[in-house]
Design a protein. Structure first.
Length: 339
């Protein structure tokens, strides 16, 4: 979950940077030609393996990590829909979102995350999936949805409405959004999982809220997933929640990777550091995402966007090399200094 604003090296907007296909300067010394808007930055020097030991995959297939409770592999970059897919009934905007989904699947993406809280995002996702289906395009969708109501008795009906919006027979993952009425919702979700009506169960939080209660639920409930905020600036989850997820065998979805675009806006004033060459990043967005998904406990980051060029770049971060522990520390320090 995140909002993607235009951002690029230096003060140029990311949109202009993509369109111009110009020259990227790294560390003020290394100049590199970008032959296309989704081009990769190439550079010398040794690359660093990821401490998370992701699965190496062929070109155009993203790096994956397994869901701990099942071993099912998921690409490490997904697609959020907060704000970006809340476009109402505007047919052009809905079709634009469908093109984002098409590009996402074409490059190996799977995880799409939404919520009843996200306005019209759910029916817009359904529009996109139906449009791809009519065109005969297959998609290996992993549907991640949430229940978001203080009325515990109304959870089942809300889930049915959400499923109808998406047009799917069942959800892969159902999460209790921001722990709202979790005591009422979790037993129902676990029962639905046992009945085969969904595949995985989880809880979510964002912006560092309710971490104490979140930790207690993680310790006491038979969850498959947790979703939380994590990026090079918001690192509170490193203290307890991410180690606990690894200990308990829980998959982690990382929301707000770009702080709703504010992080990329701040970083856009600066050239990419030299380590971005080693990681083959074509911009700050990929640098941030590679930091996030290289944490051993993080399964998938879910940046949101309504632009095809951005989703191509986002999914492009799901490729080797990823930073090891030493380079991750350097990235965090550099980002903290720059913002």
């Amino acid at each position: 979950m995140d909002v993607r604003r235009d951002a690029a090296p230096r003060q140029q907007t990311r949109r202009a940077w993509l369109a111009e296909q110009g020259t990227l300067v790294l560390s003020g010394t290394v100049a590199m030609s970008l032959p296309g808007r989704a081009a990769q930055a190439q550079g010398g020097g040794a690359t660093r393996p990821s401490s998370a030991a992701p699965i190496a995959t062929p070109r155009h297939s993203p790096v994956t990590k397994p869901i701990p409770s099942s071993g099912e592999p998921l690409p490490v970059v997904g697609l959020g829909t907060w704000i970006t897919f809340n476009v109402g009934n505007d047919p052009r905007a809905r079709d634009a979102c469908a093109e984002v989904v098409r590009a996402f699947f074409a490059r190996g993406g799977r995880v799409i995350d939404s919520s009843p809280m996200y306005g019209s995002s759910q029916p817009v996702i359904g529009h996109a999936l139906a449009k791809l289906s009519r065109a005969g395009e297959s998609a290996a969708l992993f549907s991640a949805e949430k229940v978001w109501t203080g009325d515990g008795a109304g959870g089942a009906q809300q889930i049915d409405v959400s499923r109808a919006h998406w047009g799917v027979p069942r959800f892969d993952l159902m999460q209790v959004h921001n722990l709202l009425a979790w005591e009422a919702h979790l037993p129902r979700l676990l029962a639905m999982k046992a009945e085969g009506k969904l595949r995985y169960v989880g809880i979510t939080t964002s912006e560092g809220r309710r971490h104490g209660e979140f930790e207690r639920v993680m310790r006491t409930q038979p969850l498959d997933f947790v979703q939380l905020t994590y990026n090079p600036v918001d690192r509170e989850a490193e203290r307890r929640l991410l180690p606990l997820a690894a200990e308990r065998g829980l998959a982690v979805l990382a929301n707000r990777p770009f702080r709703e675009g504010a992080l990329l806006d701040a970083l856009a004033r600066h050239p990419l550091p030299g380590w971005a060459v080693e990681l083959r990043c074509d911009g700050w967005a990929q640098a941030v995402l590679k930091f996030i998904v290289s944490h051993p406990a993080v399964t998938c980051a879910i940046p949101a966007t309504s632009q095809v060029a951005h989703v191509i770049q986002n999914v492009g971060a799901a490729r080797n090399p990823l930073p090891d522990a030493a380079l991750r520390a350097r990235i965090a320090a550099d980002v903290a200094r720059l913002v």
